[in-house]
Design a protein around this ligand. Structure first.
Ligand SMILES: NC(=O)c1ccc[n+]([C@@H]2O[C@H](COP(=O)([O-])OP(=O)(O)OC[C@H]3O[C@@H](n4cnc5c(N)ncnc54)[C@H](OP(=O)(O)O)[C@@H]3O)[C@@H](O)[C@H]2O)c1
Length: 163
């Protein structure tokens, strides 16, 4: 099973200058809850956006064309999508966490979408890929709670592929 996990703004912006355009701790918590104990797959630029290297308590797989690129242990480096199926089990749940180029790579394979929609417009240089939502069914929708640390309105949504 392949899932996408991401957050986007009202204009589908996901990144700015190699990092997230916003601070939304409640979304970070959802991301942690969804991905902990699972396998996360990310592009080299997204990996470099993590200040402390691999995220703990998850299998971190980083994709780069550069086979000499050094990832910090216990992260693992692969050089292509094809290599992913060699290093993972067929029943392993794979959570693709971005960025844009890696979402594009798995667009035809994704089964579940976990998206946080932030109802605000940010300045950004990276947008989410176009997803054909006609191929998916909304299975969960939850309004986010706002407080002094979570100042933007947002919604957590889950979609499952229609077979
Ligand atoms: N809002 C969110 O949920 C979210 C999630 C993730 C990321 N982001 C943001 O998105 C931005 C990064 O996204 P991005 O699209 O620029 O970069 P990315 O997808 O994270 O990484 C791109 C890199 O992946 C490698 N790659 C791409 N296609 C490949 C292929 N076919 N074969 C092998 N390697 C390949 C290349 O690495 P090499 O150059 O090393 O070859 C490429 O430079 C950042 O601002 C980040 O914070 C946001």
């Amino acid at each position: 099973m392949i899932s996408f996990v991401w957050a986007e703004d009202a204009d589908k912006i996901i990144g700015q200058n190699g990092s997230l355009p916003w601070k939304l701790p409640n979304d970070m918590k959802r991301f942690k809850d969804l991905t902990t104990g699972n396998t996360i797959v990310m592009g080299r630029r997204t990996y470099e956006s993590f200040p402390n290297g691999p995220l703990p308590n998850r299998r971190n797989i980083v994709i780069s064309r550069n086979n000499e690129y050094q990832v910090k242990s216990p992260a693992e480096l692969i050089n292509s999508k094809e290599e992913l199926s060699k290093v993972t089990k067929s029943d392993e749940d794979i959570m693709v966490i971005g960025g844009k180029t890696i979402f594009q790579m798995f667009l035809d394979d994704v089964d579940i979408l976990y998206v946080t929609k932030i109802h605000h417009e940010f300045v950004g240089d990276t947008k989410m890929v176009d997803i054909d939502y006609n191929k998916f069914k909304l299975t969960e929708k939850k309004e986010g709670t706002m407080d002094e640390k979570n100042i933007y309105p947002y919604t957590f949504e889950t979609y499952k592929k229609i077979n």
